[in-house]
Write a protein that binds this ligand. Structure first.
Ligand code: A2P
Length: 346
């Protein structure tokens, strides 16, 4: 019989938190007991889960007594403070924030790519990668295994839900304000804590997260560094441009890759056809290609528009789309926990 676990969801009232709850139910995760944690603002409020009403508690170090698995999605500062407290009390933490991702003692996991690293969790903390990184590495890994991979250049088209509930609300409000001929107010994007904001309705913002001192944003550096860490490929050349678009859910990516060996479009098709978690949507004669609107609430990563580069036989262009709150966040977290259960690591 499957082991039944005591689970804590940290950030239960957030965009990823609500998807975590949905997926725990849908995928019949073996739960003995579950608790929902958020900030003091939400403590005492009711939350529905699987037909039962629970009371949200404030997340404190003591909240994690007796917890087997703690799913964190409440921002980096909450993870920084509370993930080690949860781990100290014996919980395995699966953290959705970027806080621990590049820590060499914290495995950074996409189960389809590197589930073997789950055997060693020195700090009791596992990091869930950046949403845009997850969908890209899961699609590229099977290609890499067959043909080798030397270079990746990606431009993203990222949905506002990646910035949380406040950004989703703002896109809706700005669209309504625009329709009503009112002034459009911007308070959240590109970075909530910054003084300067731009509207996202009827716009595209080439900035996600703050700028680092090399001209790339932190989001772009997450894609670059995390790809190398997950693929265990420090020598891989990776460049990223991350862009916010007025889409509620579903990140899209235009990806250019260079392989070690020559391949054909048919080779890439055949490789992705059998790849776990990937669905090919590529038939230009029928205008079939992935789009975020149709990826919303779907578990797979959709790949299409596969083309060989016209100047480089080892170069290929792909279009990769996935629901950023599911495979990019909640679903991947739960798949990590499921992989640990299957491998008797929990
Ligand atoms: P709360 O609703 O109580 O503020 P999102 O990413 O959609 O913005 O959601 C962020 C999540 O993180 C929410 O569930 C939010 O809870 C939670 N959160 C924010 N600050 C804290 C905190 N200090 N302690 C615990 N949870 C927090």
């Amino acid at each position: 019989m499957t082991k039944q676990l005591i689970v804590a969801v940290v950030g239960a009232t957030g965009a990823v938190g609500s998807k975590l709850m949905e997926k725990l139910i849908e995928r019949k995760f073996p739960i003995k007991h579950i608790k929902f944690l958020a900030s003091a603002r939400s403590a005492g409020k009711a939350i529905e889960f699987n037909g039962q009403t629970y009371t949200i508690e404030e997340a404190t170090p003591e909240s994690f007594e007796g917890v087997n698995i703690a799913l964190f999605s409440a921002g980096g500062s909450v993870s920084e403070k509370l993930a080690p407290e949860a781990a100290k009390r014996g919980a395995i933490v699966i953290d959705n924030t970027s806080h621990f991702r590049m820590d060499p003692e914290v495995p950074l996991v996409v189960p389809e790519v590197n589930r073997h690293v789950l055997k060693n969790i020195p700090k009791g903390i596992i990091a869930n990668p950046n949403c845009s990184t997850i969908q890209m590495v899961a699609a590229l890994q099977p290609i890499r295994e067959k043909f080798g991979l030397t270079k990746v250049v990606v431009s993203t088209y990222q949905a506002v839900s990646g910035s949380g509930v406040a950004a989703i609300d703002e896109l809706r409000e700005q669209s309504t304000q625009w329709e009503a001929g009112k002034n459009v107010e911007a308070n959240v994007l590109p970075v909530k804590s910054d003084a300067k904001h731009y509207p996202i309705a009827r716009n595209v913002i080439p900035q996600i997260d703050k700028f680092t001192n090399n001209g790339f944003t932190y989001e772009e550096m997450k894609m670059i560094n995390e790809t190398k860490k997950i693929m265990e490929a420090p020598e891989l050349s990776v460049a990223a441009t991350c862009v916010r678009v007025p889409v509620v859910s579903g990140h899209s990516e235009s990806v250019y890759i260079e392989l070690e060996q020559e391949a054909t479009v048919q080779d890439i098709f055949a490789t992705l056809q059998d790849a776990p978690g990937i669905v090919l949507q590529d038939d230009i004669t029928q205008q079939v290609y992935p789009m975020p609107l149709f990826a919303e609430n779907e578990e797979p990563i959709f790949v299409g528009r596969i083309r060989q580069d016209l100047d480089n036989k080892k170069g290929f262009h792909l279009w990769i789309v996935a629901d950023n709150l599911l495979k990019g966040a909640a679903l991947n977290s739960i798949q990590i926990a499921e992989a640990m259960l299957e491998d008797n690591l929990l």
